[in-house]
Design a protein around this ligand. Structure first.
Ligand code: 6GU
Length: 242
């Protein structure tokens, strides 16, 4: 997968995108991440990327031209649809990002993220180029760079080969609609606190049932909203009848 990022702060991506799982995915060639500096696509001598809003008001608006120039270089003509490519505008006005969206984004061969700053991006960029607009939640950040990294981090986990062969993105929290069960590692007793007995039993079925029960308990305690409208399948009904 190829990821292009249009931003005025390309340097923000250097550390996070070359560390840990994302960095390893890049080294393995599963992914390439290319930040592009929007200032390189300005034409005036001050390399200006923003300007005052028409109609007045506080703040600045990102100019259309640097986006148009960069996107023309990257993809050619506007709305020239290419199978497997998606252009995503990263702003608080977008639909909220989710685990399902991460899985979907991982299926494209090319993603282009447009990072907004200030009061937003000239509307003509959206009209002309954008396939989809995405936010990462109901709070306001200073720009789309951190949200873009959040989305890349989440989608990388779905690229085949990105996680070690022991792990799978499908086994985790949210994939089955429940929070993760509690985890423990050595020692068996730490400062008087013992690891729950089923985990030490060596019985796979007993461990699996304990974990599923704990996952339900946690979800009920902290994220009851995730259980709303959910009906227990037969196996889980039996588990709770115990
Ligand atoms: Cl995508 N951008 C900004 N600036 N703030 C956000 C956001 C995006 N998602 C949540 N807050």
């Amino acid at each position: 997968m190829k990821i292009h990022i249009l931003t005025i702060f390309p340097e923000m991506f250097a550390g996070p995108m070359s560390t840990s799982i994302v960095g390893r995915a890049c080294q393995k060639g599963l992914l390439s991440i290319e930040p592009h500096n929007l200032r390189d696509y300005t034409k005036d001598k001050h390399r200006q990327i923003d300007d005052r809003p028409f109609g007045g008001g506080a703040g600045m608006v990102m100019k259309a031209e640097p986006f148009f120039e960069a996107l023309t270089t990257l993809v050619g003509a506007p709305k020239e649809k290419k199978e497997g490519r998606k252009i995503i505008m990263v702003t608080p006005q977008g639909a909220t990002f989710s685990q399902a969206k991460a899985r979907e984004l991982a299926s494209y061969s090319e993603l282009i993220f447009l990072c907004g700053r200030y009061e937003g991006i000239d509307e003509r960029v959206r009209e002309t180029w954008v396939d989809e607009e995405v936010s990462i939640g109901d709070y306001v950040l200073t720009g789309g760079e951190l949200p873009t990294m959040v989305m890349i981090d989440a989608l990388v986990r779905f690229l085949p080969g990105a996680l070690g062969d022991e792990a799978s993105a499908e086994e985790e929290s949210f994939s089955d609609g429940l929070l993760e069960y509690p985890q423990y590692t050595r020692p068996e007793v730490y400062q008087g606190m013992a690891v729950p007995a089923p985990l030490l039993s060596g019985h796979h079925e007993q461990i699996r049932r304990w974990r599923r029960k704990e996952a339900f308990k946690r979800t009920y305690q902290f994220r009851r909203d995730l259980l709303k409208g959910r009906s227990l399948d037969i196996e889980d009904q039996v588990l709770f009848a115990e």
